[in-house]
Design a protein around this ligand. Structure first.
Ligand SMILES: Cc1cc2nc3c(=O)[nH]c(=O)nc-3n(C[C@H](O)[C@H](O)[C@H](O)COP(=O)(O)OP(=O)(O)OC[C@H]3O[C@@H](n4cnc5c(N)ncnc54)[C@H](O)[C@@H]3O)c2cc1C
Ligand code: FES
Length: 250
């Protein structure tokens, strides 16, 4: 557990905000796809920490991209520059950063881990294709930040940005990729995983199951994989879809 200092807070539209948190000294190495458990201080009825992906990493700072959906995230939205926030980090296992022609697909708050992921590919000399989706342009919280790290494409259901439709309907979705990484709403991840499975393309998905402890102790985050029940917090949140036939079918 570490007390980080809030050094920046940005509001992105109505639902999203970013927090840049500074570690007091040198941070541990953080893999793309790992997450933090953030304490929600000062809320009488929020006892559990909230799991949030690590959106970006720079020196001794991490950035979080948060969507306000309930009482915990609403309380976190009140944090201001100069405040202290207690964080357990880095948790879980990240993406494998494999392939020479990767496609990164994100939707909703699921675009959060993709920025650090795109940068991690760049560090290996690979420029990914990044496909971000949402119901409307406004609901894709972060856009241009991605541009310098890969080829950036959008799909929106109302056609307000990029191609009209779901990410899986985008004309470039069925491209010549050798690996797919996906994070977003479960139906989107299942559709992407089924496509990858049919095409024989390797694919990883990052699950966002409800969590409590975040460290494999309470078993409240288990998912049914082909190798039995796995804690998403400890053995994920990133899973190779080759082990996820049961999850894909349900
Ligand atoms: C590994 C992981 C990484 C995550 N990364 C991010 C991130 O980068 N940015 C972000 O905004 N959110 C992220 N989430 C989701 C985030 O943890 C939840 O939105 C948050 O815990 C909700 O807390 P709350 O108190 O505001 O909502 P609650 O009051 O607890 O619930 C409000 C509503 O949100 C739903 N909800 C609660 N938890 C989840 C969840 N885990 N997934 C989907 N729906 C949920 C509830 O069913 C309910 O409908 C992540 C979740 C996991 C497991
Ligand atoms: S959240 Fe407790 S075991 Fe995963």
């Amino acid at each position: 557990m570490t007390n980080f200092k809030v050094v920046d807070r940005q509001q992105l539209g109505k639902q999203y905000f970013t927090l840049t948190l500074e570690h007091p000294s040198k941070m541990e190495k953080i893999e793309a796809g790992q997450f933090v458990e953030v304490e929600v201080a000062g809320a009488k009825d929020v006892f559990l920490r909230r799991p949030i992906s690590i959106h970006d990493v720079e020196d001794n700072r991490i950035k979080l991209l948060v969507q306000v959906v309930g009482k915990g995230t609403r309380k976190l939205a009140e944090l201001k520059t100069g405040n202290t926030v207690n964080v357990i980090y880095p948790l879980g296992h990240g993406f494998s950063i494999t392939g020479q022609r990767p496609l990164l697909v994100g939707g909703g708050a699921g675009i959060a881990p993709l920025l650090h992921l795109a940068k991690s590919y760049n560090a290996k000399g690979v420029r990914p294709t990044i496909l971000l989706g949402g119901r409307t342009a406004e609901l894709i919280a972060v856009k241009e930040e991605f541009r310098e790290y890969g080829e950036l494409l959008f799909a929106t259901e109302d056609g307000s940005l990029g191609e009209k439709g779901l990410v899986t309907q985008h004309s470039r979705f069925a491209g010549d990729y050798d690996h797919i990484c996906c994070c977003g709403p479960t139906p989107m991840m299942k559709a992407v995983a089924r496509y990858a499975r049919e095409k024989g393309t390797s694919c990883e998905v990052s699950l966002e199951n409800m969590m409590a402890c975040g460290v494999g102790a309470c078993l409240c985050c288990v998912c049914d994989t082909d190798e039995g029940h796995k804690c998403v917090c400890k053995e994920g949140p990133v899973f190779d879809i080759r082990k996820m036939t049961k999850w894909m079918k349900n």
